[in-house]
Design a protein around this ligand. Structure first.
Ligand SMILES: Nc1nc2c(c(=O)[nH]1)N[C@H]1C(S)=C(S)[C@@H](COP(=O)(O)OP(=O)(O)OC[C@H]3O[C@@H](n4cnc5c(=O)[nH]c(N)nc54)[C@H](O)[C@@H]3O)O[C@H]1N2
Ligand SMILES: Nc1nc2c(c(=O)[nH]1)N[C@H]1C(S)=C(S)[C@@H](COP(=O)(O)OP(=O)(O)OC[C@H]3O[C@@H](n4cnc5c(=O)[nH]c(N)nc54)[C@H](O)[C@@H]3O)O[C@H]1N2
Ligand code: SF4
Ligand SMILES: [Mo]
Length: 741
């Protein structure tokens, strides 16, 4: 009889990091349950957690590298794969220069140790065509908070202290379904309900009456793309009524008078028609927010991926600061991660747009250019044209805007390598696919998400079932490729990793304040392990809760974290603005010119008004982007990829429930079954993203049976937030008509 074991980890899908208990029999996963003893998630899980098992078992998941040939895909060995990938990339780079090889990092990388090695690969292939799913997601957040507080991302990004707030204003986020983003908070619904139970208020601003709106105290429809004007209007009301309070930020801000002047033109009576929220309601929300005791405004996807994403994102933090809620318990606070490479208050202040993209001159952020530039960088001839792409866990042809154009671009690439375990709509254009094991087969520590958590936590995710012996983890693949690309062929991976670790250790020791600590001591004391475990040990020990390599003996080490399988709660967020601020002035910059220069465009837009049908997206409980679409239990039930239409619009457009509608935008057209609902603002239709599994040569058999419509055939990468370069994914002008057959 095979042995039974129990393993503990966090669910690898979304940012909530829910603890799971996994029962294992031999190499089979018997069950996945919520871990009631996890102090952070308290037993909560959603249906996706079960996907850990189904992803492990999925027979469509690739287990060996494959190469595209004239007669189909052919399995090759890892050694052959490494050789071919290195040869091709070096050949293309020699011929066309550094920029000719592009890298795109997708969402699952944020849940994988490979992220620690993504910049090693970046250094091995120095270029300026680095894309990231962050740029179709939260680029405005990175830019706005880094300009205001100084960076490095994400260390100077304030997080809503949801467990202690009395007024939670949610703008363009649906945390009941998404479970939070850039705000790690498992058991989200309970946390939201607790605000109301303790006499506080949850207010949702969203063009859809979302699952979050349904448990909130109050919900208001907003016309997509108009949040910047709504939020600046709240700030206007504060000045108009002398309600501005600075709290902990008093004496630590720059640009207050400028903000007062800049928001003068945002009176409720001027904004109300544009955004669709009555002037009286806007005035009331402003007064309630500032008078509530601790309050926090939180904006996510709906405020980021829209026409005025940078302005709207900036305005979220302005509101928190000018109501005295920055760095206040229950307000917007800075997480002090137990293990982080981004050390607060240290390093060079953030600079935005140090250089521009080759074709359309869009600004870089932290060495990455907006994903809206990817197709043009591949399609536009000239020096620096991208000829090869390295795809790191992304289904970019479904997740980035204007997939049809992007597909045309990918077809003409000389070489594509995908680090991915599915043959899907994107990886079918790869020449080589390098599949790495599923999350159940690898350990992990959520070093990214714990840095944005609403409490301080640390937890080691154990390996549940061993990966096959000849299956390298994604970090090993990146390490090996990087070593070969820099020509260190005589070294072993371990030796190469030792060199990388020495650099990381030197960087970290310089930025942390442990007495008499030397790089040599760190290297010596970390010599037992290598790879990501060694890095995490280093970060934990040097971090704010660490043992400082023996200098604080009861502090954290990787060993102590591993010894607590349910995770460790390290307490609530603490006020710490002074140590965090890293702007050149040492003050919070309330009005960075890189942001405020876009106000003229917003005012022009307000003068034009807004009408016509627009499209927004929709996240769904049983999907995680496109990654979970091959998992049978998550694909059960009625068709989910529906076009939601308000009753008023359905009547007026002649659309009927379940019948097909055709949605057309400037760049594409898709068909989807109609779902008439009372939950949408009239004038707005909604389709979920991640769908469109309609390519016969994909290897995802379950997904192909539920293809759905691809929303990104409608989004247009040439329509972007001009200040940040981010593609607009919500508020897309469309026409909708019944499909007559
Ligand atoms: N179940 C599930 N959970 C997920 C994911 C998933 O795919 N499925 N994806 C994960 C990822 S990668 C992320 S980044 C997070 C995202 O987390 P969230 O941002 O919370 O998720 P969304 O559902 O995209 O929420 C955006 C909301 O903005 C609204 N909206 C659209 N346009 C506008 C607008 O112009 N103004 C305003 N005010 N609102 C607008 C939409 O109706 C929607 O409710 O979710 C994560 N969690
Ligand atoms: N219209 C519209 N578009 C959107 C959004 C939206 O709201 N609306 N949301 C955007 C957002 S916020 C995001 S983050 C992006 C997400 O978009 P992507 O970053 O492209 O994420 P996925 O679609 O999940 O694709 C992930 C890929 O990684 C592979 N993969 C998954 N897990 C692993 C693993 O553990 N190992 C390996 N080797 N491979 C793995 C999968 O096979 C898949 O090919 O989508 C964006 N696109
Ligand atoms: S909310 Fe669901 S998908 Fe997200 S971590 Fe928890 S169980 Fe996983
Ligand atoms: Mo995302």
């Amino acid at each position: 009889m095979s042995q039974c074991r129990t393993a503990y980890r966090v669910c690898p899908f979304c940012e909530a990091t829910c603890g799971v208990v996994v029962e294992v029999k031999g190499t089979s996963i018997a069950s996945v349950r919520g871990d009631k003893q996890d102090p952070f998630s308290r037993g909560y899980i959603c249906p996706k957690a079960h996907g850990l098992k189904e992803l492990y078992e999925d027979q469509d998941r690739l287990r060996k590298p494959i190469r595209r040939t004239a007669t189909g895909w052919q399995e090759i060995t890892w050694e052959e794969a490494y050789r071919e990938v290195t040869d091709q990339l070096l050949k293309i780079r020699r011929k066309y220069g550094n920029r000719s090889v592009g890298i795109y990092t997708g969402n699952p990388m944020a849940h994988d140790f490979a992220l620690l090695y993504a910049d090693v690969l970046g250094r091995a292939l120095p270029g300026r065509t680095v894309f990231n799913s962050a740029a179709v997601d939260h680029l405005p957040k990175v830019i706005a908070t880094s300009l205001m507080f100084g960076g490095p991302w994400p260390a100077t990004r304030p997080v809503a202290d949801i467990d202690r707030t009395q007024y939670f204003l949610i703008v363009g986020a649906n945390p009941v379904v998404s479970h939070g983003s850039l705000m790690t908070m498992p058991d989200t619904s309970a946390r939201l309900k607790a605000i109301i139970e303790r006499g506080g208020k949850v207010v949702v601003i969203d063009p859809r009456r979302t699952e979050t709106a349904k448990i909130a105290s109050e919900h208001h429809f907003i016309r997509p793309g108009t949040d910047a004007s709504f939020l600046l209007c709240l700030v206007h009301v504060l000045f108009e009524n002398r309600l501005v309070k600075l709290g902990a930020a008093a004496n630590l801000i720059n640009g207050l008078e400028e903000v007062e002047a800049l928001t003068r033109n945002f009176a409720p009576e001027l904004v109300s028609d544009f955004c669709g929220i009555p002037a009286g309601v806007i005035r009331r929300i402003a007064r309630e927010f500032v008078g509530a005791g601790p309050a926090a405004c939180y904006g996510r996807m709906g405020t980021c991926v829209q026409e005025f994403g940078l302005l709207a994102t900036w305005a979220v933090d302005l509101l928190n600061i000018l109501t005295g809620n920055l760095d206040r318990p229950g307000g917007a606070m800075f997480t002090n991660a137990a293990a982080s490479r981004a050390i607060q208050g240290k390093g060079k202040p953030f600079e935005f747009g140090r250089w521009k993209s080759r074709v359309s001159g869009k600004p870089e952020t932290g060495g990455m250019i907006p994903s809206s530039t990817m197709a043009e960088e591949i399609l536009t001839p000239g020096e620096g044209q991208v000829r090869a792409m390295i795809l790191l866990m992304t289904n970019a042809l479904r997740s980035a805007a204007n997939s049809n154009e992007l597909e045309r671009a990918f077809k003409q690439l000389d070489f594509v390598v995908a680090l991915d375990f599915y043959l899907n709509e994107t990886t079918r254009y790869a020449h080589i696919i390098l599949p790495t094991p599923s999350p159940a087969e690898q350990p992990h520590y959520e070093f990214g998400f714990y840095g944005m958590a609403i409490r301080h936590v640390a937890k080691w995710s154990q390996t549940i079932v061993p990966a096959p012996e000849d299956a390298p983890s994604a970090w090993q693949v990146l390490l090996r490729l990087s070593r070969e690309l820099v020509g260190e062929t005589d070294k072993s991976d371990r030796e190469f990793d030792d060199e990388i670790f020495a650099q990381t250790a030197a960087f970290m020791v310089k930025r942390t304040a442990w007495e008499n600590l030397t790089v040599e001591e760190v290297i010596e004391k970390c010599s037992q392990s290598w790879g990501p475990e060694r890095t995490i040990d280093l970060l934990l020990r040097l971090g704010p809760f660490g043992d400082g390599f023996g200098r604080r003996p009861d502090g954290l080490t990787l060993e102590t974290v591993k010894a607590a399988p349910h995770g460790i709660d390290l307490g609530p967020l603490e006020p710490r603005m002074r140590e965090v601020l890293n702007t050149r002035s040492g003050l919070v910059e309330l009005a960075p010119p890189e942001i405020t220069k876009d106000l003229g465009r917003l005012q022009e837009r307000m003068a034009q008004g807004s009408d016509g049908m627009v499209l927004i997206g929709r996240r769904q409980l049983r999907n995680h982007n496109s990654t979970t679409h091959n998992l049978p239990s998550l694909m059960k039930g009625p068709e989910r990829c529906t076009l939601q239409v308000s009753r008023v619009d359905a009547e007026h457009l002649g659309l009927k429930d379940h019948e097909k509608a055709r949605v057309k935008s400037q760049v594409g057209s898709v068909e989807a079954p109609v779902e008439v609902t009372d939950d949408l603002m009239p004038g707005v239709v909604s389709l979920p993203h991640g769908w469109g599994h309609d390519t016969p040569d994909s290897g995802m058999s379950v997904a192909k049976r539920h293809p759905g419509a691809n929303i990104n055939a409608l989004t247009n990468n040439h329509v972007y937030d001009e200040a940040s370069g981010t593609s607009v994914l919500v508020g897309i002008p469309v026409t909708v008509e019944p499909v007559v057959r």
